[in-house]
Write a protein that binds this ligand. Structure first.
Ligand SMILES: [Fe+2]
Ligand SMILES: [Fe+2]
Length: 151
């Protein structure tokens, strides 16, 4: 499994869930809650496999170090917003406003990864490493998703 194929597929899935959430209203609280739970699980697992397997490789190389440190910070911000959204009333206008900020933050982060980080990472890792890392990340992802749905 190529790491870039894996991560881009995740990004697409997350974008799909965010689009659906975007069209919910304060009156559709149940739908909102279900979609938000899905979104949070996807983002949590995605961030974790990036942070524990992918980013550490990129941190080591000069070409990808700065953008990777920035990505870690963006993850922190997204997690903070997710935690706040989780604890807020999904029927509030404030929730809608904060969700919009989350969506924009995730979109910005994904643009930087796909537009800037991945092309550099392709060179840094090479084909073979991209396969090895991708396979490890996919295995870890399946394990975590199973644990998340079993909980
Ligand atoms: Fe990502
Ligand atoms: Fe990321």
């Amino acid at each position: 499994m190529n790491v870039f194929t894996l991560l881009k597929a995740d990004h697409k899935k997350v974008a799909g869930i965010m689009d659906k959430l975007d069209s919910t209203t304060e009156r559709g609280v149940k739908t909102r809650e279900d979609l938000f739970t899905q979104l949070k699980t996807e983002l949590d697992v995605h961030a974790r496999i990036e942070e524990t397997i992918f980013y550490p490789e990129l941190e080591k190389a000069d070409e990808t170090r700065d953008i990777t440190l920035e990505a870690f910070e963006e993850h922190r911000l997204v997690k903070q917003l997710l935690a706040e959204l989780e604890n807020m009333d999904k029927g509030d206008e404030e929730w809608t406003a904060k969700f919009t900020v989350l969506k924009e933050s995730v979109e910005h982060h994904v643009e930087e990864e796909e537009g800037e980080m991945f092309p550099k990472a392709r060179k840094v890792l090479g084909e073979e490493q991209a396969e090895i890392i991708g396979t490890r990340m996919d295995a870890e992802k399946q394990k975590e998703l199973q644990a998340a749905t079993a909980a």
